[in-house]
Design a protein around this ligand. Structure first.
Ligand SMILES: [Zn+2]
Length: 360
């Protein structure tokens, strides 16, 4: 079984010196736990916090985050990780018994409105980019601030935003619609000539938050061959957790200074979601989009609360067991765990080849 998790934020800590090789460290992710969990390929987030927009520091931060994957994870632990940039790489590295490490940018402001930076990131190994994080940028609206009237919105993607999607298609970088506003999703779906992913999103029908996808969105994403990779954040899985999480005003994001206080407050106030919630979201997405449209995007080390039974990357076998108990066949689980994501990667790679030969 090849398990591909499309979103992990341990990079926000490794960039500050956290050692991913140290077992029983205090995060959700370390080398031993990844192996216990049977993770075959991990997309590490090159997360660029919205604060970096101020003073045009997003590019520098993106480079630092890319470097922490390449340097602090892959280069530091060559017996455990190999950098992967294609679907074939993932399969080959998995056969070698190592973990394929991939890079996805989180936050389209990372390109500082420059297609040249986008191309540079591709050259450094980046294979997906979320068009936004929680902030609307100069070319795409975000779900994180779409209701704030003080923010200047674009009604989805601007003309330049559409160019960004086209260039991602041409390069062979997956267009990731996690975090974007609904209209941005519909624009991206319309404009992209390759399937899209939602690298770490869950179902709005089960937990009504804007970060999750509506059934209409899941069905349309699936129809164009895309995949929704289910997020394990308590506040995206369970309505009670989501409600309680609203009362916690995070003083910071995970991985930043001051997170200990926020985690303590979460533990006090937010009832954790459960393994059953994760199964329910997977099951709902399968019912709406089909068995070929669902994947795994845990968001481990990017969230303050993880489900009981799926506390960290070592606990994936619990999910496998729960899916089998729910009636999923091993063939179904193979698709959800990695087959569907590999298929999108191959489709994106093929479309890039086609576009590049057409313009040559
Ligand atoms: Zn995220």
């Amino acid at each position: 079984m090849l398990l591909i998790d499309t979103h992990n934020d341990i990079t926000s800590r490794t960039v500050d010196g956290y050692d991913i090789g140290k077992a029983k460290n205090d995060g959700h992710t370390n080398v031993t736990a990844l192996k216990e969990g049977g993770v075959g390929a991990q997309f590490f987030a090159a997360y660029v916090a919205p604060e970096y927009v101020q003073g045009n520091r997003s590019g520098q931060r993106a480079l630092a985050m890319i470097d922490t994957v390449r340097h602090d994870i892959v280069e530091r632990y060559p017996n455990d990780f190999v950098l992967a940039t294609t679907a074939d790489d993932i399969e080959r590295i998995h056969r070698q018994g190592k973990i394929a490490a991939l890079i996805g940018i989180e936050g389209g402001h990372a390109i500082e409105d420059s297609l040249r930076l986008l191309r540079d990131y591709y050259a450094l190994g980046v294979r997906y980019m979320t068009l936004t994080h929680t902030n609307t940028n100069n070319w795409a609206d975000s779900s994180g601030d779409v209701e704030k009237s003080s923010i200047q919105h674009h009604n989805g993607l601007t003309a330049f935003g559409k160019q960004v999607v086209h260039e991602m298609n041409r390069l062979g970088m997956m267009v990731d619609i996690s975090h974007v506003a609904d209209k941005t999703f519909w624009d991206a779906l319309d404009v992209s000539s390759a399937p899209l992913i939602a690298s770490h999103s869950s179902c709005r029908a089960l937990c009504d938050v804007r970060r999750n996808m509506t059934d209409e969105m899941i069905a349309a994403l699936a129809k164009k061959g895309g995949v929704i990779q289910i997020n394990f954040n308590c506040g995206f899985l369970n309505s009670k957790s989501a409600q309680a999480a609203k009362s916690v005003q995070p003083s910071t994001l995970p991985g930043a200074r001051g997170e200990d206080a926020t985690i303590a407050e979460y533990r006090k106030k937010v009832p954790p979601a459960t393994l059953a919630d994760v199964v329910a979201h997977i099951d709902h997405a399968v019912k709406v989009g089909g068995i070929n449209a669902v994947g795994i995007g845990s968001d481990f080390d990017g969230v303050f609360c993880t489900p009981a039974g799926l506390e960290d990357v070592s606990k994936f076998p619990n999910l496998t067991r729960a899916l089998l108990e729910k009636g999923y066949s091993s063939e179904d689980i193979r698709k959800i765990y990695g087959g569907n994501t590999l298929r999108v990667m191959r489709a994106v790679e093929a479309e890039a080849k086609r576009l590049q030969s057409a313009t040559r």
